[in-house]
Design a protein around this ligand. Structure first.
Ligand SMILES: N[C@@H](Cc1ccc(O)cc1)C(=O)NCC(=O)O
Length: 681
């Protein structure tokens, strides 16, 4: 018996292996594609930032809504195994469609590198994304529940370990996804899953369960309404009003599911905060210094998960248990929410530090102006009514001057005096360029936000007497100013050329700065040495490492909240509704994403740190509500309740037989374990 039990255990590890590797491959494919999705929208479909971000969040929300469909198909019709196989095929077709949509040659008849028919590419990619959402979302509740199905009722410890390993595989998959192409992985996902086919415990779907559930709930509501008069005796639960027509077992199962779904109502708030790390926190990183932006953003979460899950499971939770504290799943989830709230407080503190270093940008009713002088002598510049600036030759005003009106008149103390009227841009930043011929002074628009992704915005004013060519820039006429061009951090070289004459200009850049370089007429005679720079915007000075605490806190929150939620949703669901409850759990994520979408559109507070604090406070409030709801929740053993109802109904169906068998097996296991211990002694 001991030998056959060991063999059984080894076999179980083997087919659980297929399920977790399947999840690893699937997440690898999903995150690999998701990582480049916004870039595809921005640089291939040429959408603006807002549209790209909105469609991205809508896609993520859809991926977490389709689990309902997958769960209905699995629990009512095909069973989990077949649902996973069929929807994986849909998933693979979606990835292929998406891949085809990125081939610009299909519609690029004139071979100029840009597609001629954007509608075709947009339609194809949207179709691909819908199929992917259907595939990834549809299989998601089935894979988790199918994994759980491989364990017996008494194996709750092993079940929890399974969900932890499952979560580890999700994150290992997402971490590696940046290295290998997503397409290959969908095919391998399917192959790995099918490879274990003969070994799985497959539970059959029990007819159209969702339809029966809806009809039963509908009948209970109708019947309650019909008997609303106080002359009718009250019933313990409103679902008991379905007793007249529906099976007691179905009613008991619906009660279990509804109890858990009710508990889920506050949960989307956690995801609202969690999902903002991909948007707001990424934007925050672009205003900081440090050269690991992309690495930090795409890998810090999975790396922390891979470290924290084992630490929590093997060290922290057992230690808490040893201290005699009952750290129940719902308590863990509440603490997880509080960690996420702390992460946002940390983000607010970092934001306050960043704000101290940010330029003072104009409000929507103000205009800002800076003056650059490339005239041969120092100038006295008067800007009406009472702004007086003394500006050296090839120098600039110290900082921007802010005006609360747009119409200004500029006077220069030349001989004769030159006066010119200008209209400034409302809410904008501009530079007044005074060239070698001051009568043609002109305004040039400046950047009014930090350059993206830590890049630097630079431009040149040509004070040379003829046209100049500068590396990677169009030729500039005398007295003209180039548009801004973005350059990466580090040392950059520019070659300035006019006919046979040339010189090289080198400059080391930090992160997120903006400069105007003034080229004098002597540029070639002193080998570019005389080029002067005007700092329009200071480089970022708060280091990105300051974001690590907020990432650490939110990931600790995720481990407590998300891994526990996954286990809880499985353990509290009746056998025939495991996928449905997994789908309900995933739906909380979808709603969270939808809230992010709405908040991004509507709820902009003037100060970013205030918005972070608002979100943190909202989550604390929600976690208090959740802890009160959790206090009144009694953990159940769905199998026990089902067995009890069956007994009350006088039934002794196969389920009961199976359970008796499992109990016998458990006794056998215990006896064997004792046997081993005795042998050791
Ligand atoms: N921790 C997330 C995965 C993840 C990976 C990389 C990121 O930049 C953010 C999040 C996770 O486990 N999600 C659950 C899932 O099923 O995908």
């Amino acid at each position: 018996t001991l030998f056959s039990n060991k063999k059984k255990k080894r076999k179980k590890i083997c087919y659980i292996f297929f399920i977790v590797v399947n999840e690893f491959c699937e997440r690898f494919s999903y995150y690999g594609m998701r990582a480049v999705l916004v870039l595809y929208f921005r640089y291939f479909l040429l959408w603006d930032d807002d549209l790209a971000t909105s469609i991205y969040h809508a896609f993520v929300a859809l991926c977490y809504l389709t689990p309902i469909l997958g769960a209905i198909i699995a629990d009512s019709w095909l069973g989990k195994f077949k649902t996973i196989i069929y929807l994986s095929i849909v998933y693979a077709i979606g990835q292929v469609t998406m891949a085809i949509s990125t081939i610009h040659d299909i519609t690029d008849a004139n071979r100029d590198g840009t597609p001629d028919n954007f509608t075709f590419h947009i339609a194809l990619s949207m179709l691909g994304l819908i199929l992917i959402a259907l595939g990834t979302g549809g299989i998601k509740p089935c894979v988790a529940a199918f994994g759980g199905d491989q364990f017996q009722e008494h194996q709750s410890r092993q079940l929890n370990t399974f969900f932890s390993v499952f979560y580890l595989c999700i994150n290992a998959g997402s971490l590696l996804s940046t290295l290998i192409t997503p397409l290959k992985s969908v095919a391998s996902t399917l192959m790995v899953f099918i490879a274990g086919s003969g070994m799985y415990v497959k539970t059959d779907p029990e007819g159209n369960i969702m339809w029966s559930v809806c009809k039963c709930i509908g009948f209970a509501i109708k019947n309650r309404f019909r008997h609303r008069s106080s002359s009718y005796p009250k019933r313990e639960h409103w679902m008991d009003w379905a007793n007249e027509k529906y099976d007691k077992l179905l009613i008991a199962q619906i009660k279990m599911v509804l109890k858990v779904l009710f508990l889920y109502i506050p949960l989307p708030m956690f995801w609202t905060l969690f999902d903002q790390k991909g948007s707001r926190w990424t934007l925050q990183a672009t205003t900081m210094s440090g050269d690991f932006v992309s690495i930090l953003i795409s890998t810090v979460n999975p790396i922390l998960i891979l470290t924290l899950v084992p630490i929590m499971d093997r060290l922290i939770f057992p230690l808490i248990q040893k201290c005699g504290l009952n750290f129940s799943p719902l308590k863990r989830m509440t603490v997880g929410m509080l960690f996420a709230a702390m992460a946002f407080v940390s983000a607010a503190l970092v934001q306050i530090e960043i704000d101290k270093t940010l330029p003072n940008f104009p409000s929507s009713s103000e205009s800002q102006l800076k003056v650059v002088n490339t005239y041969s002598t120092t100038l006295n510049v008067t800007i009406s009514p009472n702004e007086h600036l003394l500006i050296e030759s090839f120098g600039s005003s110290a900082d921007y001057v802010t005006f609360d009106h747009q119409d200004i008149t500029v006077s220069l103390n030349t001989n004769p005096v030159i006066t010119k009227a200008f209209s400034l841009i409302k809410g904008g930043r501009q530079t007044l360029i005074i060239p070698s011929d001051p009568t043609v002074m002109y305004l040039k628009e400046d950047v009014k936000s930090k350059p993206r992704e830590g890049k630097n915005a630079i431009r040149f004013v040509n004070g040379y007497t003829a046209d100049l060519n500068i590396t990677n820039l169009d030729s500039i006429e005398p007295s003209a100013t180039t548009n801004y061009t973005l350059v990466n951090q580090g040392k950059r070289d520019f070659v300035l050329r006019h006919g046979e004459q040339w010189c090289e200009f080198s400059r080391k850049f930090g992160f997120g700065a903006s400069y105007t370089f003034l080229i004098p007429s002597t540029v070639f005679s002193d080998d570019c040495e005389s080029i002067t720079e005007v700092e329009d915007m200071k480089p970022n000075s708060v280091h990105m490492a300051l974001q690590i605490p907020q990432y650490f806190l939110i990931t600790t929150g995720e481990v407590m909240f998300s891994v526990t939620g996954l286990q809880f949703s499985y353990s509290q669901a009746p056998k025939n509704m495991k996928s449905v409850l997994q789908a309900g759990w995933l739906c909380t994520n979808a709603v969270g994403n939808i809230i992010v979408l709405i908040v991004a559109e509507l709820g902009k507070l003037p100060k970013q740190w205030a918005e972070y604090l608002l979100f943190a406070s909202l989550l604390v409030a929600v976690s208090i509500i959740f802890s009160i709801m959790a206090y009144f929740y009694t953990y159940i053993d769905p199998a026990e309740i089902e067995a009890q109802v069956r007994k009350e109904q006088g039934l002794e169906p196969e389920e009961m037989e199976k359970e008796t068998l499992e109990m016998e097996e458990k006794d056998e296991d215990q006896k064997n374990e004792q046997g081993v211990k005795q042998t050791k002694i």
